[in-house]
Design a protein around this ligand. Structure first.
Ligand code: 26A
Length: 348
């Protein structure tokens, strides 16, 4: 997309989520899915029964260690498109090598890491099992769920929040961070800024329905995929679970900042992306399919798509262009291992 470098961009994106290191395996993944009774395409919080998986993967397989965390992936993707110095990301990490890897990835991709460091706790990790075009995510949040609202109230972070024009909150963060999410959301609405929110995974609208319902009134942009939209419909008693209907439903829910319509973006893999704008319109945008053998792994594709959309939106692009940039980054991401984009940078 065209970026006019003569423009003075005051826009800054401030994102918040669970910083995680992805521990990704392809060979041996099928056996682990069966052993730990994981679904091929899902994202869950690790229970007691899943705890041994991390050590097992580390000692018996050759995993890739990649920067992850859904919100952080989106921040890095947005930064791929935006001018330097545009994206700040916060979340809680430990004081360890995993956090070092995450900081390095952010630095490489132009994202400022504004982490809260929790001493004595490890940085969170996500075991990623890749089977074909599916990916199963099993997460130990560890330090990530120790994030506290005090961090947002520190002078340094407060200033970054003041300076930001746009915010992004990963739905995953709502498993523990509603108070912090609402703090950012209320600031965004009262200052007439823009807040984007991602449903993140089916279990978020399913088991964290109240938290989602508390945040949505402040959201100007809501992202989800087809299975998250369906889970939203089910937990909210909506009979018509089509992407169009759910997008329209969420777009027309009450809004704190009623001055602008809520935009809801529902992706459906290689099927068309549906965008509803308030009660005004619902439009489908086809996805240009990639050749099957060009797909390396789909982990992070949704995050990259959201990042591309948000970045274009921050730049003031019209919605069809935001969708196009989202699709481009999504396609670039699935041609890489894990939640990464190609370097040297390709033209978007
Ligand atoms: C609370 N949970 C379960 C999570 C996550 C998560 N990010 C935040 N919170 N579970 C998986 N992920 C991340 O999702 C990305 C793919 O969309 C993984 O780290 C992976 O990079």
């Amino acid at each position: 997309m065209a970026i006019n470098n003569n423009l003075e961009y005051k826009s800054k994106l401030f994102a918040i989520g669970n910083p995680l290191l992805d521990i990704s395996v392809t060979e041996g993944a099928q056996q682990l899915l069966e052993q730990y009774k994981l679904k091929a395409n899902d994202a869950i919080l690790a229970g007691e029964e899943h705890q041994p998986i991390y050590e097992q993967v580390r000692t018996t397989l050759s995993p890739l260690y990649l920067a992850g965390g859904a919100g952080q992936n989106t921040a890095r993707a947005a930064s791929y498109v935006l001018p330097e110095g545009s994206v700040v990301y916060t979340g809680a990490v430990g004081n360890d090598n995993f956090a070092k890897t995450l900081r390095e990835a952010n630095e490489k991709e132009g994202v400022e890491s504004a982490y809260q460091v929790v001493e004595g706790t490890s940085t969170g990790a996500c075991c990623v099992l890749i089977t074909g075009h599916d990916r199963s995510l099993c997460t130990n949040l560890a330090a990530a769920e120790k994030f506290t609202v005090d961090h947002l109230r520190s002078a340094e972070i407060k200033q970054k929040i003041e300076e930001a024009s746009h915010f992004y909150i990963g739905g995953f963060f709502l498993t523990h961070g509603l108070e912090s999410a609402l703090e950012v959301a209320k600031h965004s609405a009262s200052a007439d800024k823009t807040l984007a929110f991602n449903l993140s995974a089916p279990f978020i609208p399913q088991f964290f329905k109240d938290q989602v319902d508390q945040l949505i009134p402040y959201a100007d942009i809501v992202f989800g995929n087809e299975s998250e939209a369906e889970a939203y419909a089910q937990s909210h008693g909506i009979a018509d679970t089509s992407a169009k209907n759910i997008a329209q439903h969420i777009a027309s829910l009450p809004k704190t900042n009623s001055g602008k319509d809520r935009i809801v973006v529902i992706t459906q893999g290689a099927q068309e992306t549906v965008v509803a704008i308030g009660t005004k319109s619902v439009t489908s945008y086809p996805v240009t399919p990639l050749a099957k053998d060009a797909i390396v792994d789909t982990n992070g594709a949704g995050d990259a798509t959201a990042g591309g959309f948000v970045a274009a939106f921050v730049l003031g692009s019209p919605i069809p262009e935001c969708v196009e940039v989202g699709h481009k980054l999504g396609a670039m991401c699935i041609q890489q291992n894990g939640p990464q984009l190609p370097y040297p940078k390709q033209k978007v």
